[in-house]
Design a protein around this ligand. Structure first.
Ligand code: MGD
Ligand code: MGD
Ligand code: SF4
Ligand code: MO
Length: 903
């Protein structure tokens, strides 16, 4: 292609902040990204993940053509689109004819665009006639939906980002905003800098960077939020901080709520929550005494067997104080995925219907059926995520279509999901990246286009709809998600003998789909009849509702105090405190929480291909309280077995000041692609909230036991790191402990680590050398002590160190890693290679963990200066850390604070 530099405005495909991104491309290739200064979510900023998006655009990591296996025993092979589509349609049609419409299911994703989602929803309900369409939003936002509906009457976050600037109390519960919604956290930092009276309260069992920044951190025991919120309401009542006029005029159910919280005295609740009673009182006073209080909350509330009650009990506080429907005030549930909201809007979940209609309402069902021109569809709710996979496992669902989500990595109780997919008669996976764990279970793989290739719309946490625009064409034979769904619908319709299928699915562009979706919203709370692609492009992203004739969308909802309930009044919830789904006991004495890291995204199918995103955390570390470690004789870096009632994994343990005794934490990101075994969700349980059906991904009871592996392996290879990452994957299973990942920056490296009781067989090491192409004896140096199982091998190409494999002793690994990442010459290791010792040469300081990803600044460099009494501002002037995207600012401040305390 001829050079043709261009810029395309689109939206970040990661979190629900929904930042605007400008993609720079040339001749069909992405060359760079920067924040869109005009986008109202970020005004030009991007976090570490957004700022490295261009590095995820590597064709070699993508699914490029359809693949098919006609028999389970056969391998999947490349197929044409027509062939694979017809095969899939045949399988689905047969199941529907023989076993009825509920024998098939669609499991889709909050990372699809609204248009993609709309087509899938219509395909399931209008064509197949099943409500078996659910999404990974069930694992994510479902309790927020039911919490809003129970109290405010509709699934509509009433506040907006700008409220951060107007609030004088920000109450963050169960959200690590600094990591998971970084650009919003930048906004909170700015607001605090402008308003020194702004109080920040954070409720999280862990002292996250978000919590460390707070004026008040309530480190509650896991799962005790409802008790805390009830106690706060108790204090608000006692201290007459409630807005009785607001309660009288705009709410109902207050007396019952009052009765519920009467026993929740701060003293009693201090014991339940494990925090001082005074802190509970203080939190209530700050909240109740504020001019405007804004709550931000996320998975610490949602991912719980009482997620609905946690959400509703928090919203109670807003209703009781009238902190809603005004600038700076309201309960703002942070959405996780970029388009979890869009999915809710089109009704793409088993329990919802288009445009916030209700599946349980006959009138709503009739309206949607009339709209689509079908006779009707069943009133029975479809199967929700966990139930859906269970039904596949039990055989009542025969065929499942999975699009834009990686359930083998992300669903609770991994083994159940794997068993389900093994028993299914047909598994279709529609994926953009071929490495995702679920792909290995597909009978049919459809390659999808992804970010920067797709056209459509998404809605962020503040109800703001943005356009996503294609900057480059999809690679290989990949196609757009909506188009794949339309093609399938037409073929399935033909096989089912339906004559209305082209009328139902006439779409030739996403805009046509958007316009139809828009029409379904007319007159509803989320009315967007005034929006169009043209308007969104000309005037930028807009919030809903935006009815025809409106000049702008609505920043805030319920400003008139009229709610979306039958009576127009908001409802107080009655939410008693309940215990966790799984308690600890003598065998499983520790709590395990799982969640996000700053620089990784979910199952790492994208961020896991970007070497520098491993610099902040290179492998899955089990964070433990140091007392618990001491009791188990554990040192930092020791390998442990973490075991729950369902499964186990092995990982390194790391002492942490962030968690209390009896608590542990693992990042959610590592699955079978990057570590031995099934990954994080081997441990979690599939229990779910009875109303929202959202599973308890935040709490499991575990035991932790030291694994005395004496024999270690480390292998590193530069060159085609992403190819080597694929190549080592089969070897993860062959060691009892193993993990792999990338490292480096300009020179990306593959890093493979493993350990065992006894030295591995020569054959296994030979296999490792072979997949990493370390076995070219003409340019390798070797040292071997077979008796001890110790060996060193380095590979040199053009005078540069390009490969290393150590067995037995691996003390030199970090030193070698840094040399390789710097592209050092073979001279640097020659003397070490010839010496019989494995430890690195003395006196060579290591760079250590990278804190600032943009400017590549390491932790020891910062700590050393802080210890010398240099101020953070001076350090920032010198090293520039935290001066680009700012994602590391909370951590830098924590380090400065620690240095002050130490001094
Ligand atoms: N870097 C990064 N950002 C992301 C994502 C990502 O993968 N990586 N994913 C996006 C998605 S889809 C989502 S849903 C969001 C999630 O965003 P968050 O919900 O903010 O992230 P998590 O780390 O899952 O969980 C938040 C916190 O809940 C706390 N927690 C655990 N149990 C409890 C409890 O019982 N009560 C309270 N109050 N807190 C508890 C945990 O200690 C944790 O710090 O992040 C989005 N942003
Ligand atoms: N233990 C534990 N488990 C959790 C959580 C937790 O906190 N703890 N959090 C839960 C939450 S909140 C969430 S949201 C889920 C997320 O879990 P998943 O939905 O499994 O997360 P992703 O890895 O983002 O999966 C998206 C998949 O879509 C692919 N993809 C990317 N772009 C496109 C595209 O345009 N089209 C198609 N067809 N595919 C594409 C990606 O390669 C990736 O494999 O995990 C849940 N699981
Ligand atoms: S905060 Fe980061 S991950 Fe989230 S949308 Fe913005 S740039 Fe993307
Ligand atoms: Mo999520």
């Amino acid at each position: 292609m001829t050079p043709n530099p261009r810029e395309t405005r689109t939206t970040c495909p990661y979190c629900g902040v929904g930042c605007g991104v400008i993609v720079e491309s040339d001749a069909g290739r992405i060359t760079g990204v920067r924040g869109d200064p005009r986008h109202p979510a970020n005004f030009g900023r991007l976090c570490t993940k957004g700022a490295t998006l261009h590095l995820t655009a590597d064709e070699r990591t993508r699914a490029l053509h359809p693949e098919l296996r006609r028999e389970r025993s056969a391998p999947r092979i490349r197929a044409g689109w027509d062939e694979a589509m017809d095969f899939a349609a045949g399988k689905f049609a047969r199941a529907i004819v023989e076993h009825g419409p509920d024998s098939v299911a669609f499991y889709v994703s909050g990372q699809l665009l609204t248009e993609d989602y709309y087509v899938f929803n219509k395909l399931a309900r209008a064509l197949v006639g099943t409500n078996n369409i659910d999404t990974n939003s069930r694992l994510c936002m479902s309790s927020a939906v039911t919490g809003y509906k129970a109290t405010l009457g509709a699934d509509a976050p009433p506040a907006c980002y700008e409220d951060i600037d107007h609030a004088d109390c920000i109450f963050i519960a169960g959200s690590n905003t600094a990591y998971a919604h970084p650009i919003l956290f930048r906004r909170i930092e700015d607001a605090r800098a402008r308003n020194p009276y702004l109080k920040l309260i954070v409720v999280d069992p862990r002292r996250t960077d978000t919590a460390a920044a707070a004026d008040l951190h309530l480190a509650i025991l896991p799962g005790t939020d409802v008790a805390l919120f009830n106690a706060m309401l108790h204090v608000l009542l006692w201290e007459e901080l409630c807005d009785l006029d607001y309660i009288r005029d705009h709410t109902e159910g207050f007396d019952a709520a009052k009765a519920t919280v009467s026993d929740y005295t701060p003293g009693a609740v201090a014991d339940i929550c494990g925090v001082p009673a005074d802190d509970i009182v203080k939190a209530a006073r700050w909240f109740g005494g504020a001019r405007a209080a804004l709550s931000l909350y996320c998975q610490g509330l949602n991912q719980s067997v009482h997620g609905t009650e946690k959400n509703a009990a928090l919203i109670n506080l807003h209703l009781a104080t009238g902190h809603i429907g005004r600038p700076g005030a309201g309960p703002l549930s942070l959405t996780g995925q970029p388009n979890a909201m869009g999915g809710r809007e089109v009704g793409g979940m088993a329990t919802l219907l288009s445009a916030h209609r209700d599946l349980s309402s006959a009138a709503d069902r009739k309206e949607v059926a009339r709209f689509w021109g079908v006779d009707g569809f069943p009133s029975t709710p479809g199967k929700t995520a966990v139930e859906m996979f269970d039904a596949v496992r039990e055989g009542s669902i025969k065929a499942i279509w999975i699009a834009c989500t990686n359930p083998v990595q992300s669903m609770p109780d991994h083994i159940r999901v794997v068993e389900a997919l093994e028993r299914a008669e047909c598994v279709v996976v529609q994926e953009a990246f071929r490495s995702a764990e679920t792909v290995s279970h597909a009978d049919i793989l459809f390659p999808a286009s992804t970010w920067a290739e797709k056209d459509g719309t998404v809605t962020n946490s503040e109800r703001r709809i943005s356009r996503t625009c294609a900057a480059v064409p999809p690679p290989g034979e990949a196609r757009h998600d909506w188009r794949i769904a339309v093609d399938f619908a037409r073929r399935l319709g033909a096989k089912l003998g339906r004559d209305d299928v082209t009328r139902l699915f006439p779409y030739e562009s996403p805009e046509q789909v958007f316009n139809e979706h828009r029409a379904t919203t007319r007159g509803r709370d989320l009315d967007i009849s005034g929006l169009s692609y043209a308007l969104l492009e000309a005037r930028g992203p807009q919030q809903w509702p935006f009815p025809e004739g409106a000049e702008t969308g609505k920043s805030r909802l319920y400003e008139d105090g009229v709610f979306a309930t039958a009576s127009g009044r908001a409802r107080f919830a009655r939410a008693p405190h309940r215990p966790l789904a799984e308690s600890t006991d003598a065998r499983y004495p520790l709590h395990l929480t799982t969640g996000r890291l700053r620089d990784q995204w979910h199952g790492m199918s994208r961020t896991g291909n970007v070497a520098r995103l491993f610099a902040h955390t290179e492998e899955p570390l089990l964070a433990m309280n140091r007392d618990d470690m001491q009791r188990r004789g554990l040192q930092d870096g020791d390998i442990v077995r973490v075991k729950s009632r369902r499964g186990e994994l092995s990982a390194r343990a790391q002492g942490s000041d962030e968690i209390r005794t009896a608590q542990t934490y693992l990042p959610m990101h590592w699955g079978g692609r990057f570590m031995h075994g099934g990954g994080i969700n081997s441990l979690t349980l599939a229990a779910f909230d009875p109303v929202s059906k959202q599973p308890e991904l935040k709490h499991a009871a575990v035991q932790v036991e030291k694994l005395d592996y004496r024999w270690h392996v480390v292998a590193m290879r530069s060159g085609d790191a992403s190819r080597y990452l694929d190549a080592v994957r089969p070897l993860l299973a062959r060691f009892p402990y193993a993990s792999c990942g990338l490292s480096g920056r300009e020179v990306p490296l593959l890093v493979f680590r493993a350990a065992a009781d006894v030295p591995a067989a020569d054959e296994l090491i030979a296999d490792l050398d072979a997949v990493l192409e370390l076995n070219d004896d003409t340019c390798a140096m070797d040292y071997r002590d077979p008796r001890r199982g110790v060996s060193k091998r380095v590979l040199v190409q053009d005078g540069k160190l390009v490969g290393v494999r150590l067995t037995g002793e691996t003390a030199a690994r970090d030193w070698l890693n840094e040399l390789m990442a710097q592209g050092a010459s073979a001279e640097a290791v020659r003397r070490w290679m010839l010496a019989p010792v494995a430890s690195p040469p003395a006196g060579k300081p290591l760079r250590g963990r990278i804190v600032c990803n943009c400017l590549d600044v390491a932790e020891p460099d910062i700590r050393r200066r802080l210890a010398d009494g240099v101020t953070l501002e001076q350090i920032q002037m010198e090293l520039k850390c935290g001066t680009s995207c700012g994602s590391c600012l909370p951590e830098l401040r924590c380090m400065a604070q620690q240095a002050r305390v130490a001094a």
